[in-house]
Design a protein around this ligand. Structure first.
Ligand code: NAD
Length: 251
């Protein structure tokens, strides 16, 4: 039955950036759809665990600006739950500075978290899926700046444009193993990531004026797309970046 295809019952997911914002919403969606989730974030995902229950959600803390925790993350999921079916690369940071003054540190940090670790974590998950001979789902969180230039965020734009590109590369190479690699491009969502924008009255009004839906998005708005791309309902969707943006890109 069609709704059964959206079920994540018996599935095991790793969700990065699970302590707050969009990653917390995606973790909730997966648990509600029946999955067990291992969350990964810089600070402990205690609030998410309280929300979802210890039996459904556990977490590790890790700094994803280096590759050092990659193996530990995959191993922890497999040791705890016996397998891995879904990886969500949601952890990400943004640094705002005029491009003319932009620092090397702000370039490297953003590229490392948003792009370098994202790729190597995906590679580690794909190796696990191949070892299990099970197929699997990899979902990365892209951005409107996978399509547009943005202002004062050169490393963020570079990283999110790269996410859209390597999503296609990985999909091309791993579809033959039953691995679906896709991305979600959120529009302007009310989380920590956009706090500076929302506090800037003019930028906030300009952004709102351009969103056909007439409001900022919320973590709940991503839940449907995340479950779709994590479930067998999307088995023939490969390498696509799905915008969930209240119509921003349609303008
Ligand atoms: P957020 O700032 O609330 O969350 C960022 C998450 O990334 C946190 O969970 C944090 O723990 C994790 N993280 C950051 N650096 C890390 C590191 N070095 N090691 C481990 N974890 C780290 O913002 P959010 O909006 O929930 O962001 C989630 C994702 O969505 C990001 O990739 C962001 O770029 C993307 N995104 C957000 C928006 C938006 O409008 N909010 C729009 C497009 C894309």
């Amino acid at each position: 039955m069609i709704l059964d295809m959206f079920s994540l019952k018996g599935k095991v997911a790793v969700v990065t950036g699970s302590d707050t914002g969009l990653g917390q919403g995606i973790s909730r969606a997966f648990v509600e759809a029946g999955a067990k989730v291992l969350g990964v974030s810089r600070s402990a995902s205690k609030a998410t665990q309280e929300m979802l229950g210890e039996e459904n959600f556990s977490y590790v803390t890790a700094d994803l600006s280096t590759l050092e925790p990659v193996e530990m993350i995959i191993n922890t999921a497999v040791e705890k739950y016996g397998r891995l079916d879904i990886l969500v690369n949601n952890a990400g940071i943004i640094k705002r500075e005029d491009s003319i003054d932009f620092s090397v540190d702000n370039w490297d940090l953003v590229m490392n978290v948003n792009c370098r670790t994202l790729f190597f974590l995906s590679q580690a998950a794909a190796r696990q899926f191949i070892k299990q001979n099970s197929g699997g789902k990899i979902i990365s969180v892209a951005s409107m700046l996978s399509y547009q230039g943005g202002i004062r965020v050169p490393s963020y734009t570079a990283s999110k444009s790269a996410v859209k590109g390597i999503t296609m590369t990985m999909a091309n190479e791993w579809a033959k193993y039953g691995i679906n690699v896709n991305a979600i491009a959120p529009g302007y969502m009310a989380t920590n990531n956009t706090e500076a924008l929302r506090n800037d009255e003019k930028r906030s009004a300009d952004i709102l004026e351009r969103i056909p839906a007439g409001r900022w998005g919320t973590p709940d708005d991503l839940m449907g797309a995340a479950v779709f791309l994590a479930s067998s309902a999307s088995d023939y969707v490969n390498g696509f970046t799905l915008a969930v943006d209240g119509g921003w890109l349609a303008r």
